[in-house]
Design a binder for this molecule. Structure first.
Ligand code: SF4
Length: 364
């Protein structure tokens, strides 16, 4: 696709036309949830948050992988980083996430823990190769978008006989979490903007239940302002249907069935299992654990880690923010005790977190 066509998705005149249409067609209040952290940032950075009609109420959802990583999972990273002969390999966005007593991997690193920031899971294999007397643990955090590449890394480690490479699999699956949120009467969600990048892998049909079971609209969409406005307009129109089908606004990237090869790779190594989500709790079949055949790579089994419920960070309302029950500004710590420079919770740490987006971009 040419750059000229892609630029159209940022076109201000087209945005204005779509906003005018939206204003005309919205009849009553609509509470829409954008599930994805990238959408949260796109809506704020483009200014759409302040331009949307008053009746279109924006809720941010549980789509920032760092934010939904449970407190006990963060504590497991920290415990592992304190072990001798362990090197933690991680993407940079996890390094400042606070765990017990406000401790984070960055503090642990300053105190001597071996924590390496990497840009691809394959980099962790290089670290394992160069440190044969140590165990390299890659922190597997992310959704369906990330899991296939991590599965491919495990397959490569197996093929290369790299026995000192392990993965802490805390991957989460998006559709089961949305099923929990939409059935929560306190959340009152009228429709979802669904993450386009997750659907490049899973396609659109795993979300069919939103229309079939709850009669609510759901639109898979991209990350430019025109994408988001088109998706909102499609959502408003589809609200009149009794059992609306999932709409694919992001057809330039998402095919109906996603990427079957990526799905096959993911399920070659992992299988669905219950998972803990920050603020939401345990959700059936919403995580990925290693299949028995690959358990030699499973850091949870190798280090006999126990992941269970544990107290939330004192004062932090990330759980309510992630469920769309509270906006970041309603948290008493927002902008005072909690800022991006000194974050209390993960929603302020991650660049895709709702609290960080509100802090950085919200002007009204
Ligand atoms: S402002 Fe800080 S403490 Fe409050 S919910 Fe957000 S991250 Fe948590």
């Amino acid at each position: 696709m040419s750059l000229k066509i892609l630029e159209q998705f940022k076109n201000p005149d087209l945005c204005k036309k779509l906003l005018d249409r939206l204003n005309k067609e919205v009849e009553s209040d609509i509470r829409f949830m954008e599930v994805c952290g990238t959408h949260t940032v796109a809506i704020f950075r483009s200014g759409l948050h302040s331009l949307l009609p008053e009746k279109v109420i924006h809720l941010s959802g549980p789509g920032c992988p760092v934010c939904v990583t449970h407190e006990s999972e963060v504590n497991a990273f920290l415990d592992l980083s304190a072990k001798d002969n362990v090197i933690i390999a991680t993407f940079g966005d996890l390094i400042k996430v606070p765990g017990k007593n406000g401790h984070c991997l960055k503090n642990a690193q300053a105190e001597g823990a071996r924590v390496e920031i990497i840009y691809s899971p394959f980099d962790a294999l290089d670290i394992a190769r160069k440190n044969p007397d140590d165990t390299v643990v890659f922190l597997g955090v992310g959704f369906e978008t990330t899991a296939p590449i991590i599965a491919a890394t495990v397959l490569m480690a197996k093929q290369q006989g790299l026995t000192n490479f392990k993965v802490l699999s805390f991957h989460k699956l998006v559709p089961p979490a949305l099923d929990v949120l939409i059935s929560d009467p306190e959340t009152c969600i009228d429709g979802f903007l669904l993450p386009g990048h997750v659907s490049t892998v899973i396609g659109i049909h795993p979300y069919d239940f939103i229309g079939a079971k709850y009669g609510k609209p759901a639109v898979v969409t991209g990350f430019d302002p025109v994408d988001i406005l088109q998706a909102l307009l499609q959502m408003v129109r589809s609200m009149k249907d009794e059992n609306p089908a999932v709409i694919n606004q992001y057809q330039r990237c998402v095919s109906e069935d996603g990427n079957p090869k990526a799905i096959e790779t993911m399920y070659q190594v992992f299988q669905a299992s219950d998972a803990l989500w920050r603020g939401i709790g345990r959700i059936p079949s919403s995580g990925l654990v290693f299949k028995d055949e690959y358990e030699a790579f499973d850091a949870i089994k190798v280090f006999d880690l126990k992941i269970g419920e544990c107290p939330s960070l004192p004062g932090c309302k990330c759980g309510d923010v992630l469920k769309g029950k509270m906006t970041p500004e309603q948290c008493p710590l927002f902008g005072k005790a909690c800022t991006p420079a000194k974050p209390v919770g993960p929603c302020m740490v991650s660049t895709e977190g709702s609290c960080a987006a509100y802090f950085k971009y919200k002007v009204d």
